[in-house]
Structures are given as C-alpha cells and as structure tokens.
Design a binder for this molecule. Structure first.
Ligand SMILES: [Zn+2]
Length: 259
C-alpha cells in the first residue's frame, strides 16, 4: 500500500485507540467496566450518538460542549486522541508495517498514554494496565529479534529490583513512602518491553526530567522546601520510555550495540 495512505490509516487508527484510551482513563480508576455501557457524557450521562462520538471531530462539531447539558467537554479527550495518533505514526515510522505493530507496539503506546493521564489525575497506576502490560511485553518479546524473552525478563526483573531498592532506601532515609508501588510495577512493565538497557536509560531520563519539572513547580508554587513538591513519577517514566523507544540507545551510548 502507498506509504501516505498507510500513514493516514495508522493516524486514523490512533484516533480510535486514543478514544479507547480515554475510556480507560475515565473508567479504570472508578473500577467501572471499559466495555459497557457505551460512551456517555461524564457529567449528565447523556448517551452519545455516533455523530457525537467521532474522535477529535465531534469535539469541534459540538464546539467543546455536551449537546445535552451544555457543560464543557474536558480538553483532555481530543488531546489524548491526537497524542495517541502522533505516537502511533512515530512508532510506524520507526518499525514499518509489520504484524508485531498490532499485537505489541501500538498496544504499548495505548497503555503508556492511559497510564500517564490516570497517574496525573488520580496518582495511581491500575494493575490491570501495568501488570497486563508486563505480561504482554514478556509474551511478545519472543518475536522481537533484537530483544528476546531472556532480555525482557532481565529488564522486568531489573526494573522491579531497582525501584524496589530505591523505594526502600527512600523510606529508610525519610521515614515516608515516596515512590509508589504503582511505579515499581510500571518500571517492571517498561523493562519487559525495552530490556535492561532500556531500564537504565529510563531511570536516567525520568529522574532528570522529573527533577527539572519538580523544581520549576516548586518555584511557581513558592514551596519553601523544593524536595516536598509532590508530583506523580509515572509520567516521567513514560517520557523516558518513549524517548528510549523512539530515539534509541544511540544518543546516550553511541558505541554500544542494541540491547
Ligand atoms: Zn452532558
């Protein structure tokens, strides 16, 4: 198929899966079924017709307001849909058209997007996403030539151990929990997709970006003790994972062979 046509298909697919990510983001923290009932306005529970339920387009068609209760629709909906599409395209550009795209790489992106927005809003990472993702990463690693199941296991184990160790040290030093159990499971999942070298780089990138954002927020909020500024760490792990996954090891370790 023509490359542009294929890109258009992947982009449209991204919008549909972005829409599904929105369902996960809204319903998983409330422990509601992600299948039934169909889409509805979260405020007035007005059931959406298919015309009100087209990713991104409906948002503009409805001028950002629910047709029934006229309340504003959260801007997160179209943002998540567009973000998912853009990431789908990036993954497609990197990997080309292959079967693994559909059973591994694109579902990985959906998981990352859903985890990021749930953690930002609720400060939790549902086990169904992190542990479900861990299983998906391990099972599909069998088919990834430059990773392999052994590396995926090492990655998951390293992710779990490193973070578990950090959480333990942090707790001993400060007497309080800083790193959540959700972060530990998330890093294990990321390790199962990206291997041990991925875990090392995710930790590096996430700690740098996390600290920078934490310090900036601390200054904005005029927090006296900058270390006390509390932000969820999951989104930074995801940023690190995407950075490594899409741009690769070359930036950091130019002389090393892949994973
Ligand atoms: Zn409504």
């Amino acid at each position: 198929m023509h490359h542009y046509l294929m890109s258009g298909f992947i982009f449209a697919l991204g919008l549909i899966f972005g829409s599904f990510a929105n369902v996960l983001i809204v319903r998983l923290p409330k422990k509601k079924s992600v299948i039934k009932p169909g889409s509805q306005c979260p405020l007035c529970h007005h059931k959406l017709s298919w015309r009100e339920n087209i990713p991104v387009f409906s948002f503009f068609l409805l001028k950002g307001k629910c047709r029934s209760c006229k309340k504003k629709i959260n801007l997160r909906y179209p943002m998540v849909e567009i973000l998912t599409s853009v990431l789908f395209l990036a993954v497609y550009q990197k990997n080309g058209f292959e079967a693994l795209l559909f059973i591994r790489d694109l579902p990985f992106v959906v998981l990352l997007v859903a985890i990021t927005f749930i953690d930002l809003e609720h400060r939790i990472i549902p086990d169904s996403l992190s542990l479900g993702g861990l299983v998906l990463g391990l099972v599909t690693s069998w088919f990834v030539e430059d990773l392999g199941t052994l590396n995926a296991l090492y990655g998951a184990g390293l992710g779990f151990l490193v973070f578990y160790g950090l959480a333990w040290i942090y707790e001993k030093m400060t007497g309080k929990m800083g790193l959540g159990g959700g972060d530990i499971k998330l890093l294990a999942m990321l390790g199962s997709f990206l291997g041990p070298l991925g875990v090392v780089q995710i930790l590096f990138i996430s700690s740098v970006t996390g600290s920078l954002v934490g310090i900036c927020l601390g200054i904005i909020q005029k927090e006296k003790n900058i270390m006390k500024t509390s932000i969820p760490y999951g989104p930074f792990l995801v940023i690190g994972a995407l950075f490594y996954y899409l741009l690769g090891y070359r930036i950091w370790f130019p002389f090393m062979t892949p994973i």
